[in-house]
Every structure is written in C-alpha cells, then in structure tokens.
Design a protein around this ligand. Structure first.
Ligand code: FES
Length: 159
C-alpha cells in the first residue's frame, strides 16, 4: 500500500464519509491482487447504506481503495443501477416497454411529470417522490404498468 505523509487525515476523512462496514470491506480487500474488482460490491454497499453515491463517497472509496477516482466514477455512471443523486421517499417507476407505450404510458408519464414538476431521473424538491422509467416488467397484461416503491403488480387474469 502506498501512502502519503497526510494519510492519517485522508483516512479519517474517508471514514467520516463512508459507513463503517464499507470501510472494513475496502480495507479487507485493499491488499489483494485486483482489489479494484471489489469496486462494484463496494459501491453496492455504499448505496444500500445511504441510498445514492455522492461525489464525496466516491472520492472516499477511491482514496481508501487506492484506485483512480475516474475508475470509481466510471463504474458508478456506467451502471444504471447506481444513483448519483438522493432518492425520494417514494420511487415511481413507469414502464415504457412496447405494450405499456401502446396502452398510453407516454400520457401517464406526462401527467406524472406535470403533477410532480419533475422529469424522469429527478426527485421532487421535498424529496417525497423520484420518477424513473423502466422497460418491460413482464406484466404486459396489466399495461400500462407503474411500480411504486418496488411493489411489482401481479397479473391475476382479472380485467
Ligand atoms: S411492456 Fe410494460 S410490462 Fe411489458
């Protein structure tokens, strides 16, 4: 491990920015060959603990793991799963798959955007709602489909 003269201060700042279990995970893997391969797991842990990946947290991961910040932000921005902004209390996902689109998902989306005053990928100012789009959820018989807080509707053949 390569450290600088002010490693103690850098490490303390990283520990303040990250949950203790993430710090322990990074330190456990830091000395291993290809320790950067643990990066996705590390970012999952950070997001699970805080709901999103802040710039400060990504910088702390890079510093502690001793990998380039560009690599951390590259992974965080490449995978759709990772969120770079805080989420609202309630997550609204609108399916824009073909069946849902044909059944009016575009109009539904516009109504939600108008009501909430946000676009896809944004969160209301009061942090109550985040709006996302998704692709076919496998429940096309219920189209158009919206998922609120990850409760996936089950098509029971009714309707
Ligand atoms: S297209 Fe929306 S659930 Fe299949």
């Amino acid at each position: 491990m390569t450290t600088t003269d002010n490693w103690t201060e850098i490490k303390a700042a990283c520990e303040a920015a990250l949950p203790p279990e993430v710090v322990a995970f990074i330190e456990q893997n830091r000395g291993m060959a290809h320790s950067e391969s643990q990066l996705i797991a590390t970012l999952h842990m950070v997001q699970a603990a805080t709901g999103f990946l802040s710039k400060e947290q990504m910088n702390a991961v890079a510093q502690l793991a001793q990998i380039p910040l560009a690599k951390v932000t590259g992974v965080a921005t490449f995978y759709h799963y990772f969120r770079l902004h805080p989420r609202g209390k309630h997550m609204i996902n609108v399916c824009l798959g073909t069946a849902c689109y044909v059944k009016g998902a575009d109009k539904l989306s516009q109504r939600l955007m108008d009501e909430l005053g946000i676009q896809f990928g944004e969160t209301t100012k009061d942090r109550m709602f985040s709006l996302e789009s998704t692709r076919c959820l496998g429940t096309c018989g219920l189209a158009p489909v919206i998922i609120v807080d990850f409760d996936v509707p089950i098509d029971k053949g009714v309707g």
